[in-house]
Unconditional design. Sequence first.
Length: 77
Amino acid sequence: MRIGPIGESAVDGGFTGPTAWTLVDYKGLPGFRGKGRYTDEELQELTDTSARLGWQVGLHAIGDAAIVQTVKPIQSP
């Protein structure tokens, strides 16, 4: 038997809130783009630690900014 990710970690919220983190302002809400839950470094640490421990991590990212953050590689200094 193989166990997959246990639960999921939300990278942002959802569109019904509206709390999804977007690249452009929400219609009718100038200056509002939702909010991400993690900095780039925090998200990298979460995934690195999970990988090091052999855990599978489930990430929930619905807004386009959250999706970009989730899939982009971290640039090494």
